[in-house]
Every structure is written in structure tokens, then in C-alpha cells.
Design a protein around this ligand. Structure first.
Ligand code: PHE
Length: 453
């Protein structure tokens, strides 16, 4: 029988769960990664595929993760063990937890590097460096900054220290306050930026049409895979982050409704980021497919030109830092909870062990824009690109298939029905999506990408 509480603590309400899950979902994936992968993959058609993935694959899998977490009430590894055994299924299903822990760790390692870039930009904007500067200046500032191995590693380390510190304090203290006040502030500032881009760039319509025009001709299967990977990454799915958070969710709340709310919030933030960045790209004649540097080159130009931009830009990057940290702690939570269960040690110790290891693994990503810039691991990809590609586009969707198949087909029906009791209206839809649509969609995209590569 399912436990009503987790030993690691509980969210105080449904709203707290939504805030925490949205804190996990909304992060660099929305503000940094979404605009540049859309830019790299030609715009509109990519966005449509991404949105389809969010609704047909993402929301059902997010619901599955919450459902499993709430049934097991432990770290994803032990949750899967318990839930598989009470369904009479093979203990091998624990692989979902193990793989997730591994991928979360991989993602954290490079996430912290980009998070470090963001913190550095808090200071760059705050110091007024960009006042009145053009895109040439901001491009070379970015190249100089990421080209300096010491500063990148320094900021990367700082990002991890903050993440570990907050994780060590526990799930609800710290985290709840951060998401309760700072995430809405981020939302408001993004809205102000959208208005700024709409009224001053003179290229808002061009930005809009880039994001929503339907040119399916130029969309390759690899782009479809990237759109799907982005959907998994941005919703924090496929690696147990949401499962870990689901373990702390109170029992009498609707699962599908909650997952849908989180996904809508996340999608809104991503689309808003696109609506800020693309008009600025066109207005400044910048290269749209310039990859990971896109937001670092475009936003400072806008802040440099707007009245009060020094303060506004600095505050904006502080809020993005917060969004990144609330995501990073959800990357570590599955493993930290597991170490606590397994080694009976404290959260502090387990957070430290994990943070140290992630720091080491992240050095390769920190070097990818400087001393290892010419090291290509796989095709044309640097170490950073490879970590990102493998975790987001391969391992997260693979974890997603397993989660969907387990919760749709293997999980004991009575257990599933009893958790979904508050979801009666959408329960049948969820079943169809989880059993058939989500696993088949991911599988088909995998196959077609590799066949047509
Ligand atoms: N969803 C987070 C973001 O968009 C990243 C993340 C991925 C967090 C996977 C947890 C798990 O930035």
C-alpha cells in the first residue's frame, strides 16, 4: 500500500508542488536553450513539433512520473524497486531510476557551466559594460569571456557551490521561498522584455513569423529528434526529477491537472523567451543559428540600449540564475535522496559527494569553449555539445519510453486507479497517450533519425 508521506519531507500544498515542479522545469532550457535550438533548426516547423511533443508525450510522461513518485515515496531508484515489486514485475525496472540518476548527473555537469556563464553576466551587466554597445561588442565580449578557462571554471564552481548548499539544506526550506517569489518576478520581467522587443525592435513581426511559420520541407528527422529532446529537457522529464518531487506531493491532488499546469507555465516562458530574442536578432542583423551564445549576444545589446538597462539587465540575469538553480537542485535530488536512503548518511554529505563529482565531469564542458575548443568527440561536436546531445536527445527520451511503458502497461492496475482517483475526466486520455502515443512516438523518431542519418 502506498505511503502517505515521504521520509525526506513533504510539500506543504499542491501549490508548493506546482511551484517546485515549475522551478525544476523553468530554467536554462527555456531561456538559453529553447531560442538557440529553434534558431539552429529553422524556426516554425520545429516549434510546432516541439509543442506536439509537450502535449502528446510530455504531459502524459510527467503525469506518469508524479504517479510513480507518489506511489513509492522514495528516491526514484527505490521508488521503482518498491512499485515494481508490488506490481509483481521484474526488479529490473529499477533501471529507470539508475539511468535517470546517471543522466541527471551528466546534465548537471554541463548545466553548471552554463549557469556559471549566467552568473558572470550578472556582473557584466551590472557594471554597465554594455551601455550603448552594439552587437559586435557583445559578440566579442562573449567570445573573450568563454575563451578564458579560469573565469569559466571559476563561475562554474560558484554555481555548483550554491546548488550544493541549497540542496544540503533540504527540499522545502530555501527552495520554497525561492520559487514562491523569484519565479513570478522572472515572469514579469520577461513580459516587460517581450513588450520592449515588440515596441522598439521594429522586427517583432519578423520574429513572430520565424517562430510560427510552417516550413516542414527543411525539417530533418534529426531536427525532430532535437525538438523532442528539447521537450524532455525543458519539462525535466525522463530522468526522475519529477518522480523525486512527486514523492513529496500530498495525496489528494489531481496528477494530470497539475502536470498540465506545470507544462503550460514552462511552455509560456519558453515562447516568451523566443519572442524577446528573435526580434532582437533580426533588429541587430545577428546570425540566428549561432548556437549556445545566442542569448548572451542578443540580450546585452538590448539592455545596453534601453533606459535603466544596466539595473534591469543585472536583475534579469539574477532571476535567470535563480531559475537555473531551482532546476539544478532537481537534477541532484534523485541521487541525493538515494544516497541518504542507501548510506544512511546526511543530505549534506551526499550533496557534497555529488557536487564534487559533477564539478570534475563538468570541467570538460568548461574547457569546450577554450582549451578544448578544437577537440571533437563525436562528429563536429565538442565535449559540451556531446554531453548535451547524448543526455537530452537520447537518454531522456529513452527514459521516457521506459517510464511510459511501465506506468501504462506494467504497473498494477489497482494501484494506478487509486492514484488517479482525482483525475477521472482525463484518465482515459492519459491511458491512451501513455500506452500507445508517447512510447510509439519516441520510438519512431529514434528509428527514423538513425535510418535517415
Ligand atoms: N528543465 C530544466 C530546464 O529547462 C533542466 C532540467 C532537465 C532539470 C532535467 C531537471 C531535469 O532548464
Amino acid at each position: 500500500m502506498a505511503l502517505s508521506e515521504s521520509a525526506h519531507g513533504m510539500w506543504s500544498s499542491r501549490l508548493m508542488f506546482i511551484l517546485a515542479a515549475a522551478g525544476s522545469a523553468v530554467g536554462l532550457g527555456n531561456i538559453w536553450r529553447f531560442p538557440y535550438v529553434v534558431g539552429d533548426n529553422g524556426g516554425g516547423a520545429f516549434v510546432i513539433v516541439y509543442l506536439l511533443c509537450i502535449f502528446l508525450v510530455g504531459i502524459p510522461i510527467m503525469s506518469s512520473e508524479i504517479l510513480l513518485g507518489r506511489l513509492g515515496r522514495q528516491s526514484p531508484i527505490n521508488t521503482m524497486k518498491t512499485v515494481a515489486s508490488s506490481s509483481g514485475a521484474s526488479p529490473g525496472w529499477q533501471i529507470i531510476g539508475w539511468m535517470g540518476a546517471f543522466v541527471g548527473f551528466m546534465i548537471l555537469s554541463f548545466y553548471a557551466v552554463i549557469g556559471g556563464w549566467i552568473i558572470a553576466y550578472v556582473f557584466k551587466l551590472g557594471s554597465g559594460d554594455f551601455s550603448g554597445m552594439d552587437s559586435g561588442f557583445s559578440g566579442s565580449t562573449f567570445a573573450d569571456f568563454t575563451g578564458n578557462v579560469w573565469s569559466v571554471v571559476g563561475w562554474h564552481s560558484l554555481f555548483l557551490i550554491i546548488t550544493i548548499f541549497i540542496t544540503a539544506r533540504g527540499v522545502s526550506r530555501g527552495l520554497e521561498t525561492a520559487v514562491k517569489y523569484l519565479m513570478p518576478a522572472l515572469f514579469v520581467m520577461l513580459a516587460v522584455l517581450v513588450i520592449y522587443a515588440a515596441t522598439t525592435s521594429g522586427h517583432f513581426v519578423q520574429g513572430l513569423s520565424f517562430m510560427f511559420s510552417l516550413d516542414f520541407e527543411s525539417l530533418s528527422w534529426n531536427s525532430v529528434l532535437l525538438a523532442m529532446g528539447q521537450a524532455f529537457f525543458t519539462l525535466s522529464l525522463g530522468m526522475g526529477a519529477i518522480m523525486a518531487y512527486g514523492a513529496y506531493m500530498p495525496k489528494d491532488t489531481s496528477i494530470i491537472g497539475t502536470a498540465t499546469t506545470v507544462a503550460l507555465l514552462d511552455t509560456t516562458v519558453a515562447l516568451m523567451s523566443g519572442l524577446v530574442i528573435f526580434p532582437l536578432v533580426f533588429a541587430n542583423g545577428l546570425e540566428i543559428s549561432q548556437g549556445p551564445g545566442l542569448m548572451f549576444v542578443t540580450l546585452p545589446v538590448a539592455f545596453g540600449q534601453m533606459a535603466g538597462g544596466q539595473l534591469f539587465g543585472c536583475v534579469f540575469f539574477i532571476l535567470v540564475t535563480v531559475a537555473a538553480i531551482t532546476s539544478a537542485i532537481s537534477l541532484v535530488e534523485p541521487v541525493v535522496a538515494w544516497i541518504v536512503e542507501k548510506l544512511k548518511t546526511t543530505r549534506v554529505n551526499s550533496a557534497l559527494i555529488l557536487g564534487g563529482a559533477a564539478w570534475l565531469l563538468g570541467l570538460g564542458s568548461a574547457f569546450s569553449t577554450n582549451i578544448w575548443a578544437d577537440v571533437h568527440i563525436f562528429a563536429e561536436m565538442t565535449y559540451l555539445d556531446t554531453m548535451d546531445y547524448v543526455s537530452n536527445n537520447l537518454l531522456l527520451p529513452l527514459g521516457g519510453i521506459l517510464i511510459a511503458v511501465f506506468s501504462g502497461w506494467v504497473l498494477d492496475k489497482k494501484m494506478r486507479d487509486s492514484e488517479m482517483i482525482n483525475d477521472s475526466a482525463y484518465y482515459p486520455v492519459w491511458q491512451v497517450l501513455t500506452r500507445f502515443v508517447a512510447p510509439l512516438a519516441v520510438f519512431t523518431v529514434f528509428i527514423l533519425t538513425f535510418v535517415t542519418a
